[in-house]
Design a protein around this ligand. Structure first.
Ligand code: NAP
Length: 75
């Protein structure tokens, strides 16, 4: 199956981080967002593209989405 370009929010712990690992293991391109970027170093090493994200800030959400679209043209 073709690689997907996936974004996961809340990726610094719990279900979010586990979801990132699952999607990476399937060979997808995964963007991981959360406020605590220091908690995402492990998934960054595993191949995730880590971006600081606060979903309560429109500018932060817009910048996150624009970065993915600029790099891949799809989500
Ligand atoms: N329905 C159910 O049966 C059920 C069961 C379990 C859990 N849940 C819910 O599922 C969710 C995830 O659970 P979890 O155990 O994985 O929780 P968790 O380990 O506390 O993870 C929460 C994630 O959300 C991120 N986050 C919080 N505020 C954010 C913000 N403003 N911007 C960006 N990211 C933010 C945190 O990252 P940062 O703090 O680094 O930003 C963290 O990565 C929770 O809402 C929980 O209540 C539902």
């Amino acid at each position: 199956m073709a690689k997907k370009v996936i974004i996961v929010t809340g990726a610094s712990s719990g279900f979010g981080k586990d979801t990132v690992k699952k999607f990476l293991s399937e060979g997808n391109i995964v963007y991981a967002g959360a406020r605590r970027v220091e908690k995402m170093r492990d998934i960054e090493k595993a191949g995730a593209k880590v971006i600081k994200l606060d979903i309560t800030e429109d500018e932060s959400v817009d910048a996150f989405v624009e970065t993915v679209l600029k790099n891949h043209g799809k989500i």
